[in-house]
Design a protein around this ligand. Structure first.
Ligand SMILES: N[C@@H](CCC(=O)N[C@@H](CS)C(=O)NCC(=O)O)C(=O)O
Length: 302
């Protein structure tokens, strides 16, 4: 019962939530500078538009990578209409609050996309929505058979609902929060391990998430859960990821795909320079505009 709680046990000790919350201080933590309790643009900024119909405004985070994996898979499968320009949105610098970005996505989050095949262009936000739009547009990676299609949507929606517990919950309190809070870390570790067990159990008897076909459900799940199994938040030992052998096998299998390797490089700002293609305007960027090459040329893209 709330009234039996002793505020001395709160963090900070003695803290009692006021009647009405007010925004009067930064909350600390890695993303404190971009957190605000209001939406909307903070600055005028017109987004660049490249030569292809599909314009992606993103960053190489797990949510961004879902879309670049699908685009690279579509291109690898011969869908030339999936050529795209990928522009960098630096969320740490607040690019998502520029007026042009907010017009496309009032929620100010990457990934965001515009399809200029139609006039006016179709705006797209929420990674799950973008995956479905592209899969339907090109008739690929979304089965038409009723059961397999339903399973694809089941797991796609599962991912969209579950991943915030991984990033916003576990990742936040284990790695980004300015203090370590046992209660919060326990709560989200419990949930993340439960999710890893859900995936591991399913993958005991399924080749891919929706069955025998590789679909947008795999492309949505892999960036988040592949990353938590391999490197995210340096939390692998803590989470005991080695116990999820079926999940690990699937993670390695998807990660070995050439299109997945390319998709993860796009709009990437971290890791080794040779793993980053900050902006992608054609397949040639993987050959000549990797970040190690750009650095060697003193920052010049060719
Ligand atoms: N549900 C959204 C989540 C997108 C999201 O949280 N994007 C993060 C990066 S992974 C972002 O743009 N954060 C910027 C901010 O919070 O201001 C999706 O799947 O597209």
């Amino acid at each position: 019962m709330a009234d039996e709680m002793d505020p001395a046990n709160n963090l900070p000790a003695g803290y009692v939530p006021p009647k009405v919350w007010t925004w009067d201080k930064a909350n600390g933590g890695t993303f404190a500078s971009i957190n605000r309790p209001i939406s909307g643009a903070t600055k005028e900024h017109v987004l660049p538009v490249g030569e292809h119909p599909l314009q992606l405004y993103s960053m190489g985070t797990p949510n961004g990578v879902k879309v670049t994996i699908l685009l690279e898979e579509l291109l690898a499968a011969g869908h030339a209409g999936a050529e795209y320009d990928a522009w960098m949105i630096r969320i740490g610098d607040g690019d998502q609050f520029g007026s042009g970005f907010v017009e496309l996505n009032p929620n100010s989050k990457i990934p965001t996309m515009a399809d200029h095949t139609l006039d006016p262009p179709v705006r797209l936000f929420e990674s799950g929505s973008i995956l479905v739009y592209l899969a339907e547009k090109f008739g690929a990676f979304l089965p038409s058979e009723t059961r397999a299609r339903a399973e694809t949507f089941n797991w796609l929606m599962w991912q969209m609902g579950s991943a915030p517990y991984v990033g916003g919950g576990f990742g936040h309190f284990f790695a980004y929060a300015p203090i370590k809070i046992e209660y919060a870390i326990d709560r989200f570790t419990m949930e993340v391990k439960r999710q890893l067990h859900v995936l591991d159990t399913h993958l005991t008897s399924h080749e891919y998430m929706a069955g025998s076909d590789y679909t947008i459900a795999d492309m949505a799940i892999w960036p988040w859960y592949g990353s938590i199994m391999k490197e995210a938040y340096s939390g692998q030992e803590f989470l005991g990821v080695e116990e999820y052998v079926n999940l690990m096998r699937w993670v390695d299998r998807i990660g070995a795909r050439e299109a997945v390797k390319r998709g993860r490089m796009v709009n990437r700002t971290f890791g080794k320079p040779e793993t980053q293609v900050r902006e992608r305007h054609s397949a040639r960027d993987f050959e000549v505009n990797r970040e190690d090459m750009v650095e060697e040329r003193g920052g010049v893209r060719v």
